[in-house]
Design a protein around this ligand. Structure first.
Ligand SMILES: [Zn+2]
Length: 400
């Protein structure tokens, strides 16, 4: 691995940050420059570590880092990463020295995406939290991989999502701080975002360590789900694989990251926020776009829980209920068939049963989904028999 420079920027200078990939950088708005932790290199540890383990080269960070973070990385995190992906190998990490970040560290933060997970965190630890030492006082939105590959297209989606989240934060009376980075230019070539992308998000939090002392990281799964289904996310999604025990290691002497929401199943989170007027106005869970499509896997997952509770109409402002109804039976059949192997389908199934919500029988679901499953099986078999390149060539010819 070649030497990578590390840099902090402030936005607004007119530079085009999207063109230079020779260094890892973080950028904030000019008025937030004082929050950047330019005295320590903690923000430049996690992604270079993953790269070193992936490319099988030792890592030398030419700067000082938190001793606690370093010890946790060397003693524990590398083992979890090796368990997570067979592509990763243990490496040596050298640093110039240890240093604790300066600053006030008086911000208690959380991310805002207006998804079910982030809204649950805000609902519990802001709306219903009275203890000032644990009450959220600022929100954050990062651009480091969750909005698409590094480039202009993901930048536009990020800005669209920021505008929507800013409106929600304004209604809550909380500031939203942004961090832009090019970390996804380095993480995405090693695999889809859920592999190393969480390390990028946690690095963005570290970049503002001068200001942040506590940060609630919203979980995707419950404690029990990570125990029961964690291995299914091997080499696919690092958070769902291990967040209950990996995230508590991602901390320094001044900054504590708290995994929040593991005490709930996802359907319980949806139930918790379902009567909240802000959620009914801003809930946004869609995978591919800034507005809910009402038919992708995450939209269907959320709408199903609302359907079970009889609260679909309460969310008619953010979802197209007719589109959901067109895909609803397919989704119910999928829940019935996949409940044993998919963590969220299992949750949906149990939630429906607990509420006495009628689902199709296994036989009906199997017959209904058989044609599409056969199509999928045939496609996979053809790909295997012909090879990827020949299959794609024939597909292009047939399409034309
Ligand atoms: Zn969607």
């Amino acid at each position: 691995m070649d030497k990578i420079n590390c840099r902090y920027y402030v936005l607004g200078g007119g530079q085009n940050y999207l063109e230079d990939n020779s260094e890892i950088w973080f950028a904030v708005k000019n008025e937030n420059a004082h929050m950047l932790s330019d005295d320590v290199y903690d923000a430049f540890v996690l992604v270079p570590l993953y790269m070193a383990m992936y490319y099988k080269q030792d890592l030398h960070i030419h700067g000082c880092v938190s001793k606690r973070l370093y010890k946790n990385v060397m003693n524990y995190l590398q083992r979890i990463l090796c368990d997570f992906s067979d592509d990763l190998s243990r490496v040596d990490v050298h640093v110039d020295g240890f240093k604790e970040s300066e600053g006030e560290h008086n911000i208690i933060g959380a991310g805002i995406s207006c998804g079910v997970d982030s809204l649950t965190t805000i609902y519990d630890r802001y709306v219903h939290e009275d203890d000032p030492e644990y009450k959220i006082n600022a929100l954050f939105l990062f651009n480091c991989g969750t909005h698409g590959d590094y480039g202009e297209k993901s930048e536009q989606l990020y800005q669209d999502r920021y505008a929507m989240n800013k409106s929600a934060a304004d209604e809550l009376g909380l500031p939203v701080y942004q961090v832009e980075s090019n970390l996804h230019a380095f993480t995405h070539p090693m695999g889809p975002d859920p592999k190393a992308g969480y390390l990028a998000i946690w690095s963005c939090i570290f970049s503002l360590q001068r200001a942040i002392g506590k940060y609630y990281v919203s979980s995707g799964c419950s404690y029990e789900q990570v125990l029961s289904f964690g291995k299914k996310y091997h080499d696919h999604d690092f958070a769902d694989f291990s967040e209950t025990y990996s995230l508590p290691l991602i901390r320094t002497e001044q900054l504590e990251l708290i995994i929040y929401g593991c005490q709930y199943e996802r359907t319980q989170k949806t139930e918790k926020i379902s009567d909240w007027d802000l959620a009914q106005k801003y809930l946004n869970v869609c995978v591919p776009q800034a507005h809910n499509c009402s038919k992708c896997v995450k939209c269907l997952r959320t709408l199903f829980a609302l359907d079970v509770m009889g609260k679909l109409e309460k969310f008619a402002g953010v979802f197209d209920i007719e589109t959901y109804k067109q895909h609803s039976f397919w989704n119910k059949c999928d829940i019935v068939l996949e409940r044993g192997s998919n963590v969220f389908k299992c949750d949906d199934y149990n939630f429906a049963k607990a509420h006495g919500f009628k689902l199709p029988s296994y036989f009906t679901a199997y017959i209904y989904l058989f044609p599409s499953r056969l199509k999928g099986f045939t496609k996979r078999a053809a790909r295997k028999l012909m090879g990827e390149r020949l299959y794609e060539s024939i597909k292009r010819i047939v399409k034309h």
